[in-house]
Structure formats: C-alpha cells, structure tokens
Write a protein that binds this ligand. Structure first.
Ligand code: ADP
Length: 426
C-alpha cells in the first residue's frame, strides 16, 4: 500500500464513527480507536495488554472466553446485526447494548482480530420507546374497545329499557282506551237501562189504564148477569137465565183471551217460546182456523179463502196464533156485512199470506205505532181491545224468521201480510 493509502487508513481508524479494536490470539487488547475509547470510557493506554473480557459484563465473561477461543480456532468474518443480544461493560460499571462485527487478519505472522463496535444504546432506547408506545397504543386501543363495548352494552341496555317503557306505555294506553270504551259502554248501558225503566214506566201506566178499562167492562157485565140470574128463580125465566149465562161465558172468555195474551207475551219476551217444526199444509190449516173462528164472527160477516194447498215447514201453533189474531182483528174492526179475504202468494222461497178487510182502517199518522205494545188507534176507542195482539203477532212472525207489513186507509180497510220462509232455517 502507498504511504498515502496508509495515512488515509490511519485517519479512517482515528475518525471512524464506529469503535475499532484489535486484539491478539490471546484475547489481549492491542489497539483501539478514539470512538472505542468513547464507547467504553477508557483511554487506550488503560486497556493495552488487558484481556478483552475487561469490556464484557461479568456474568457472560466466562462464556465469552470460550466463544473467543473457538472463534480463534476457526476464524471467519462475522457481520454486524446477527441478532445477538450483546452487552458491553463501561469503565464506570455501566453495561450497554452493542453490536459487534468481527474480522481477522495476520500481522507479522500473528493472527489478530478486529472488532467493529457500535453503541446501540440510543437505538435500543428508541426501540424500547417505540415498543412502549406501541404497547401503550395497544392498551389504549384495548381500553377504547372496552369502553366502546361497555358503552354499546349500556346503550343496548338503555334501548331495552326504553323499548320496555314504550311497551308499558302502549299497554297503559291500550288499558286506558279499553277503560274509556268500558266507561262509554257502561254509560250506554246506564242510559239504556234508564230508557228501559222509562219505557217500563210508560208500559206500566198503559197497562193500568188498559187493564182498568178492559177488565172493568166484562167484570161489570158478569156481575150484573149473575145478579139477574139470582132473581130469575121461576122456571119461566129460563130463557133470560140462559141469555145471562151466555153473557157471563162470553165475558169470561174475553178475560181469558186477555190473560192468554199476557202469558204469550211473557213467554216470548223470556225466550221460553220454542219452535216445533213440522210440515204444514196451509190450506188445511186455514180451513181449520176459519171453521173455529166462524162462530165468533159478527152476524153477516164471512171469511173467503183462495189459499192454495201449499206445504211449508213451520211451527203450527205459532202460525195458527198469528192468523187467528189477524182474522179476529179484521172481524173486530169491520162492520157486519164485510167479507174478510185470505190469499196466498209464493215467490223466492217465501210464502206470503194476506188477511184483507174492508173495515174502519187505521189513521195514517198512527200507522207507525201499530206494532207497539198497548198501542190502540184513536178510531177504536169504542171497541174492546188491549193493544197487545199485533205486538205478539210481530214477535211470533220474527220467531218464524218472517216479516209482516200492512196497507191501510181509514174508512176503506186494511190488509195485513206476513212473509214466511217455506223452510225455517236451523
Ligand atoms: P187490539 O185489537 O186488542 O186493540 P192489536 O194489537 O191487535 O190490539 O191492534 C192494535 C191496534 O191496531 C188496534 O187497537 C187498532 O187500532 C189497530 N188495528 C189492528 N188491526 C186492525 C184492522 N184490521 N183494522 C183497523 N185497525 C186495526
């Protein structure tokens, strides 16, 4: 090497940023550059001839010696940063992390080892700091995640609470609505029962006036006839006796009819009136009724029937009562010479049966009240009656799933028509 080269090398040795040390095959330090002095805190003079282990922490000194010997037996270049965790020992006793690369050379036939040393305290510190910060960051992230989790579960909890509150409120609202409905219903029931009571009051007074009127006349007749019979003791009075006995019988019969009407009404209202279905031939039924009713008609009155022999499935007892009632009214509210006409008409599974008279008729303004209990029109005050018959008839017709209507003109007559299904539904 040229002299310049040698001088440059010497400068390089002196100024190198890495510590450079030379030691011989016995591990004794031969030379070191100023950076190595800095690193270990010794002056070169203090170390020349000293074993390299002076710079090795005590607890690894022994193994270092062994490593060093095996290296010298088989020397080769060893680069820096082999991942070895090496420590150096400074003069002041401090240990510190270092990186070492080893090389060997021969000088004057003697093997020499060159160690390049880097103090990596700062790097290690930085690494530690980075690690610590990373750890802190991780902890922070974990903490954050935990907080988010807690908050989420808190929110979920709150949400559940809110949901159950909403549910409770909804239930409360429903309960409130229901009690409002109940209240309304109760109010309506009270009103209805008040209405019923009022109606009942009206009915009672109507009943009292009807009963006092309707019962008094026959009872007076019965009493006077009975008194007279008592007086007709002679046998020649037999005719008069029989006449009064007849009167008594007729009036008792009338009272019985009224009482029967009450019973029918009571039975209908309580729902006790049941339906017994059977096949009825309408013509046969009407003929029977006419035969039974004939003796009660006014003198000169007659019933004419054009009723066809149709079979219907219905209740005979109920149907008979309806027709007797309508025919009796036709007779009662007509004069002696009038004809009562019975006709039938069939269409769409319905049988219509009409009872027509040519009697006094019903005033138009009163027709709307006709089926009310105890109702009697103003033009019948001189004729006996309770005002119950049509009310019963209407209820009977409804029991047979039928309807009733009428046409009437005052002074001309009335026609009452019932429309019945030919088969009563179950
Ligand atoms: P009642 O004959 O005992 O008075 P109803 O209930 O049978 O009772 O009749 C109620 C009222 O309807 C009668 O009072 C009468 O005013 C009127 N009415 C019923 N049928 C006839 C009819 N065929 N002609 C005229 N008015 C009638």
């Amino acid at each position: 090497m040229s002299e310049k080269g040698l001088s440059l090398l010497a400068k390089l040795f002196q100024n190198s940023g890495e510590g450079i040390m030379l030691f011989n095959k016995n591990g004794l330090i031969e030379s070191m550059n100023p950076r190595a002095e800095d690193i270990f805190g010794y002056k070169e003079d203090e170390l020349i001839g000293k074993p390299i282990e002076v710079l090795v922490p005590e607890k690894v000194r022994h193994s270092h010696k062994t490593d060093r010997n095996s290296y010298l037996e088989n020397p080769k270049s060893r680069p820096m940063g082999l991942g070895l965790d090496l420590k150096g020992l400074r003069k002041d006793g401090d240990t510190f992390p270092i990186e070492i690369s080893l090389n060997y050379l021969k000088h004057e036939n003697e093997m020499m080892v060159v160690a390049f040393i880097t103090d990596i305290t700062v790097r290690k510190q930085n690494e530690r700091m980075v690690k610590e910060q990373q750890q802190k960051l991780e902890e922070y992230a974990n903490e954050l995640e935990k907080k988010v989790r807690n908050r989420t579960s808190e929110l979920e909890h709150m949400n559940l609470g809110l949901q159950s509150q909403i549910q409770e409120r909804k239930l409360a609202e429903q309960a409130l609505k229901k009690s409002l409905v109940d209240l309304k219903q109760a109010e309506q029931e009270i009103l209805a029962s008040l209405e019923r009571e009022k109606e009942l009051g009206i009915l009672k007074s109507r009943f009292v006036s009807m009963a006092s009127h309707e019962f008094r006349t026959p009872l007076t007749t019965i009493l006077s006839s009975a008194n007279l019979i008592q007086r007709y003791s002679e046998s020649e009075h037999q005719n008069s006796r029989e006449k009064h006995i007849g009167r008594i019988q007729k009036n008792v019969q009338h009272l019985t009819t009224i009482l029967n009407d009450f019973l029918s009404l009571e039975k209908l209202e309580s729902g006790a009136q049941k339906i017994n279905k059977s096949v009825i031939n309408i013509k046969i039924l009407i003929d029977e009724i006419i035969e039974a009713i004939n003796p009660t008609l006014k003198v000169g009155q007659r019933v004419e029937s054009t009723v066809q022999p149709v079979d219907i499935m219905s209740d005979e007892y109920v149907l008979k009562n309806i027709l007797i009632n309508l025919i009796s009214n036709a007779s009662k509210y007509s004069s002696g010479e009038d004809v009562i006409e019975l006709t039938t008409h069939r269409s769409n599974g319905l049988l219509s049966l009409s009872v027509k008279d040519h009697g006094i008729g019903i005033p138009v303004e009163e027709q709307k009240n006709l089926f009310e209990r105890f109702f009697r029109a103003a033009n019948v005050t001189n004729i006996q009656g309770t005002g119950l018959g049509l009310n019963i008839v209407k209820k009977y017709v409804e029991l047979l799933n039928g309807t009733i209507d009428f046409k009437s003109a005052e002074g001309k007559g009335s026609t009452f028509t019932i429309h019945l299904p030919t088969h009563i539904a179950e």
